[in-house]
Design a protein around this ligand. Structure first.
Ligand SMILES: [Zn+2]
Length: 88
């Protein structure tokens, strides 16, 4: 079984190639989903960790994702590649 890949920006599980973001040369990103990353750039490069938290909370609540999963994702966020080196 392949290890499950998570977007290193928003924690979304990436099960299919088609959900991956793209690099400048059009290849698939190994780190980010298509909602965060296109053509080698973040779609919303100014986004802060706090904003990402509220986006994820919103989306998961809309989709009625269990609270435990939401909390787990929020907990993972600061350790992800995109946020690790930021101050908050
Ligand atoms: Zn993402």
């Amino acid at each position: 079984m392949q290890p499950k890949m998570f977007c290193q920006s928003c924690t979304m599980p990436i099960d299919n190639e088609i959900d991956r973001g793209t690099e400048k040369d059009g290849s698939h990103s190994d780190d980010y989903c298509k909602y965060c990353y296109q053509r080698g750039m973040f779609i919303n490069p100014e986004m802060t960790l706090a904003e990402m938290r509220s986006v994820i909370t919103d989306q998961m609540q809309k989709r009625e994702i269990p609270e435990a999963i939401l909390q787990n994702s929020l907990h993972m966020l600061p350790g992800l590649k995109r946020w690790k080196n930021k101050e908050k």
